[in-house]
Write a protein that binds this ligand. Structure first.
Ligand SMILES: [Zn+2]
Length: 154
């Protein structure tokens, strides 16, 4: 006899399966994916060996696929265009906005592990915004597209 409980991902009531008495997530695909994501995040945070392994695996993958992002950008012009537009916006804000005093250039400087403040990108008046403090553990140097400056493809 089980009592229905609330899924900690989606908040919906569900009946835990008898084989999993401590089940905290419902069986929805998204919630199971969330469960694995949180598990991995917790593991990354608490297990330095796991973190090293993940970083090495990423590095190996990238060294075997050196052209992946270049080709991805080349074959997804909308993605590239959006990235460039966002970068231009960031550049403009850095020149004139409230975060101008934060040193973020050059654009491709590797991010250091540490605590960061997370805010919605849409918020330009950041002083009034609620913000989350997040800890970022850097697994590898930035060479994927989100960290690239907007290089014109010539
Ligand atoms: Zn759920």
């Amino acid at each position: 006899m089980h009592v229905a409980r609330r899924c900690i991902a989606c908040g919906v009531l569900f009946n835990p399966r008898s084989q999993i008495p401590h089940q905290r997530y419902c069986s929805a695909t998204a919630c199971q994916r969330e469960r694995r994501r949180r598990w991995q995040r917790e593991r990354l945070r608490s297990d330095p060996d796991y973190r090293d392994n993940q970083a090495r695996a990423q590095q190996t993958w990238r060294s075997r696929h050196p052209d992946y992002w270049r080709q991805y950008r080349a074959s997804h012009p909308a993605y590239r265009e959006r990235n460039c537009a966002m970068q231009r916006k960031r550049n403009a804000r850095q020149r004139s906005g409230p975060v101008a005093n934060i040193d973020v250039s050059p654009a491709c400087r590797p991010l250091a592990s540490g605590f960061y403040v997370l805010r919605r990108a849409a918020a330009t008046n950041i002083a009034k915004m609620n913000a989350c403090t997040v800890h970022i553990a850097v697994l590898s140097a930035p060479d994927g597209p989100p960290m690239h400056g907007c290089k014109e493809m010539t």
